[in-house]
Design a protein around this ligand. Structure first.
Ligand SMILES: Nc1nc2c(c(=O)[nH]1)N[C@@H](CN(C=O)c1ccc(C(=O)N[C@@H](CCC(=O)O)C(=O)O)cc1)CN2
Length: 286
């Protein structure tokens, strides 16, 4: 078998074209474009690159950029003052705090301080709670990107068994909430470092989401032939970026979202979608 490519790069480009039209309409209605803010603390090269990519995307679709870069030794108070400033800025429709934050900072306290109405990442506890309740809320970008990619390639989700590997807050924990909604109807198993018999769980799955950050963890022999495999792991090595899925998995899988070019670009596109949706919501709220 040679897996069909789940092309996140091309799909994200298509979504950006769709969003550019909505941005133009929203800007005309409100008198200014939607604005995305980013808070970056420190100089981790990966985080810098992701934030730069987010602002490039904004420029492409006509969203205004607001960038707040703080030094690696920024205090909790400095970060929280920046949050307060973005909460109060009318030009900022939504914003994100780039994760992970340096270890001396309390990331949960920072997320909680955000105005949930401006949470472009869907990671504020109120918005995660709304997701649990099935109430409309901005969705976490990577899980939303995965669902959108599967939908656009018509990978069957209803009744599918999904094995998620990794329990981080941006992917592993929230994705089960999305995939088990009535609109998706998948059955989700969440595996992590303490899971016994990982290979068995993977082999049972129709869809595998690998988000452990463990290079080459998912090998071809673990997969059910024809499964959809989404590689979300990114590890920076001396030889470049390495995903969680072994390259030979393409010979067994039915669909493959590779790293790079699969879920990553979709994460970025879904962030823009959250900002545009917030702008449209604001325009309809007197
Ligand atoms: N506040 C947040 N922090 C983090 C998130 C998030 O959704 N919100 N997710 C990741 C990082 N991330 C976005 O912030 C992100 C990761 C990867 C990509 C991407 O496009 N990856 C490329 C490959 C990487 C590269 O070329 O350098 C790909 O897969 O093609 C985009 C965004 C953690 N932090």
């Amino acid at each position: 078998m040679n897996a069909q490519l789940l092309d996140g790069k091309a799909t994200a480009a298509e979504i950006r074209r769709e969003l550019a039209e909505r941005v133009a309409k929203s800007a005309a209605a409100v008198g200014r474009p939607p604005g995305l803010g980013t808070v970056l603390v420190g100089d981790d090269p990966g985080s810098r690159a992701y934030v730069a990519g987010k602002h490039r995307d904004c420029a492409e679709v006509g969203i205004a950029s607001i960038r707040r870069d703080l030094p690696a030794d920024a205090s909790q108070q400095q970060v929280e003052e920046t949050i307060d400033e973005l909460n109060a800025d009318p030009a900022c429709t939504g914003y994100i705090v780039q994760l992970p934050l340096p270890r001396h900072l309390d990331a949960n306290a920072v997320l909680e301080r955000m105005d949930p109405a401006k949470d472009a990442d869907g990671l504020h506890p109120v918005n995660l709670g709304r997701l649990v309740l099935g109430v409309e809320a901005p969705l976490p970008c990577t899980p939303h990107g995965i669902v959108e990619l599967l939908r656009r390639y018509e990978v069957p989700l209803a009744g599918a068994r999904v094995c998620v590997i990794g329990r981080g807050i941006t992917v592993g924990r929230p994705i089960g909430l999305l995939l088990t909604r009535r609109s998706e109807n998948a059955t989700v198993t969440l595996c992590h470092t303490a899971t016994r018999g990982l290979a068995w769980h993977v082999r049972e799955a129709d869809i595998v989401v690998a988000a452990a950050g463990s290079p080459g963890l998912v090998t071809p022999d673990m997969l059910r032939p024809g499964a959809a495999v989404l590689d979300v792991g990114i590890t920076r090595t001396g030889q470049g970026l390495v995903g969680d899925v072994h390259p030979d998995a393409a010979q067994v899988a039915g669909w493959l979202a590779p790293m790079p070019g699969g879920v990553g670009p979709m994460t970025r596109a879904m962030l823009l979608a959250n900002v545009v949706e917030a702008a449209e919501r604001n325009a309809n709220t007197p």
